[in-house]
Design a protein around this ligand. Structure first.
Ligand SMILES: NC(=O)c1ccc[n+]([C@@H]2O[C@H](COP(=O)([O-])OP(=O)(O)OC[C@H]3O[C@@H](n4cnc5c(N)ncnc54)[C@H](OP(=O)(O)O)[C@@H]3O)[C@@H](O)[C@H]2O)c1
Length: 332
């Protein structure tokens, strides 16, 4: 059936400026790392994407190797693009990335110009797009000069195949070098995509300062720690959960007794606020002024609805933030 987006789609979402750029991004963005490969029904994928857009999520994030198998999330998105999104292309921010292993041989991985240019060309074909809005280098490459990798990003923008560029998983020092190198070429760094949640606060030790100082946005991925910050694993592993049906990356070993105890405490704080733990986890990630958007995943439409509803709750108070720190201390 022809998709007609909700007329109310821009009513509840908050849009935040991405660093010092002209681009506004939704406070919650949707990633297609999981649930868009060949193990998820196409109808579920479609419902998740439609629900996201109906709730003001204007940004979908992909990468060359999202699947399974590699490439499949982009290929599926290309079909969704044809069926649902073509008339709404100018209301969407679409991103992809290259940096991890994608095809065999020395040119399908890391950060050479050869890899990045070829990979984006492949992604555009799979996604049925003329250009992406954001193209990321997915991880730092210790063996390729930063000048070459940033030179490739600069060339990609100049060729019109991406409007903006960013980096992902670079530490504070690597980020400073990348920003400087790209700026010298005349292309600003739009955004960094790091992991950030209550369970991984690494970016607070230097990276957020760099991003704020340099006016670069921050797309915080995994704010629910892959689902661990929802409480769903407190009584075992549900079959319809990520660990239950697709444990390629998040494994049962991640569910330690210490984590269970910590989640129990966090659930009590969330309950006192009258919200789900997932909602509090999202508000916690978004409390940082350095963070532009929280990049979630979702396996079903109801999760999107619950997650976007987090934005309507009052901000976390200083007292609640202290309680959260205390609850997290048991993990240290
Ligand atoms: N740059 C990088 O290196 C990198 C790395 C990883 C991810 N990313 C990006 O970040 C995106 C998000 O990563 P992620 O999926 O790990 O994020 P996440 O938001 O931490 O976890 C999402 C998962 O949590 C569960 N969930 C979501 N909302 C829920 C709710 N309200 N109640 C209960 N369960 C809920 C769902 O899993 P189940 O229902 O299946 O249990 C969902 O797939 C990716 O798609 C990708 O775009 C980037």
């Amino acid at each position: 059936m022809t998709y007609i987006p909700s007329k109310a789609r821009y009513d509840a979402m908050e849009y935040r400026r991405c660093g010092k750029s002209g681009l506004m991004l939704p406070a919650i963005s949707l990633g297609l790392w999981h649930n868009f490969g060949n193990i998820t029904p196409f109808s579920t994928q479609q419902a998740v994407l439609r629900t996201a857009f109906d709730h003001g999520i204007t940004h979908f994030d992909l990468a060359n190797n999202y699947g399974p198998p590699y490439g499949e999330a982009e290929r599926n998105f290309g079909i969704h693009m044809q069926r649902d999104w073509r008339p709404h292309r100018d209301e969407l921010i679409l991103s992809t990335k290259a940096g991890y292993d994608m095809w065999p041989g020395p040119y399908g991985n890391w950060g050479s110009k050869k890899y990045l240019i070829a990979s984006l060309d492949q992604s555009l074909k799979r996604m049925n797009l003329d250009y992406v809005d954001i193209f990321y280098h997915h991880r730092p490459d210790p063996n390729t000069p930063i000048e070459e990798t940033m030179g490739a990003l600069d060339q990609i923008v100049r060729s019109g195949k991406a409007l903006y560029v960013g980096i992902s998983n670079y530490n504070a020092e690597q980020t400073e070098a990348a920003i400087r190198t790209l700026r010298a070429l005349g292309t600003p760094m739009l955004i960094h995509q790091p992991n950030y949640s209550m369970l991984n606060r690494t970016i607070e030790r230097g990276l957020t300062d760099v991003l704020t100082r340099e006016g670069v946005g921050c797309m915080a991925f995994g704010p629910l720690a892959g689902g661990r910050l929802t409480g769903k694993y407190q009584n075992g592993i549900p079959r319809d959960s990520r660990i239950g049906h697709d444990p390629r990356y998040l494994k049962p070993e991640a569910l330690t007794p210490g984590l269970h105890a910590c989640i129990e405490k966090l659930e009590r704080i969330a309950a006192a606020r009258g919200q789900a733990l997932a909602q509090m986890a999202l508000q916690w990630t978004l409390r940082s002024s350095a963070v532009t958007s929280a990049l979630i995943g979702a396996s079903r439409p109801e999760q999107i609805e619950q997650n976007v509803a987090a934005l309507a709750f009052p901000a976390l108070s200083a007292g609640e933030l202290a309680q959260i720190d205390q609850a997290l201390a048991c993990l240290e």
